[in-house]
Write a protein that binds this ligand. Sequence first.
Ligand code: SF4
Ligand code: SF4
Length: 322
Amino acid sequence: MRQQIIDLAKKYDADVVGFAPASRFEKDDPVFKIFPNTKTVIGLGFRILRGIFRGVEEGTTYYQYTTMGVENLEETVMPLALLRVSNLIEETGAIAIPQRISPLILNQKEGTNPEVDYTDVYHGVTAENQLNFLNCAVQCGLGEKSKINSLLNDEFGPFIRYCFILTDMELEPTPLMNIGLCDNCGDCIKACPGRAIGANGNTNSWRCAVYYNGANGSKNPFMPPEAFANFDHKTKMDIINGTAEFDDEQAKNILDNIFFYPPAKHFYRTSICGRACDRACYMHLEAKGLLKRKFNRPFREKEDWKLSTEQFENFGKDKDKE
Ligand code: SF4
Ligand code: SF4
């Protein structure tokens, strides 16, 4: 049955399949709140196609990462694989409980999910019984936890998303990944256009949301000259340069003023930063030769681009002179 599960999951586009026995989870883990008889957590990992990042990497097309690398994986590919594999398990008489991330409900009261509009997130309502998805991925052997709490896989680096099935079927465990892919290089922290990741690796999700949505003018080809014109000039330029200090409420105000690019159809916000943190990490792992999946060309072949912010600096100046 284990091999049948792997084969079926791969047939429905999973790239990595892992099995975690119940013994790898604490007794009070959400796994057992959802299903006390869980014997195995099955992890399905799906690559985010490397080529999907090319548009953002070149500064040309932006929609593809969000629609193909987030929306379609989460809303179409992953649910189909979860259902197919779950059906197979239930045909044996065992129970299968598919689990995918709910993007609108957070595990904690604070923060937001940069991938969706903050007004869609159920702030203050937590999903106490939602899985700790990153921990499940690690326990299923899909990858290792990095300094910035991303999952690093030995084939796809940080370019991977994942979902799970809880079952009362006992299946042979997958060994934990134990390579030491993350070496604390800090490239991910340096690459963020909004300084959203602290030196300790913790990400400020509101800050991430602001810059994921494209508040840094030097990394946003769609930002019009009048962007943030309703803020005082210094604040505006600090936002556009990625150096502004702001709290959660101010972050909402900044997000309300970002209208430079349409969202994907299923409420997902288009990533204008293009997950610069993950791209930097991918390049680092690739350069170190740590990724098993090789390509003919390196991910980045020329210096990273940066746009002038002069038009924002100058906007309104002529009007002031009149
Ligand atoms: S690079 Fe983008 S996704 Fe990564 S922390 Fe910064 S804003 Fe968030
Ligand atoms: S870039 Fe990758 S390897 Fe380097 S610290 Fe960040 S997560 Fe770790």
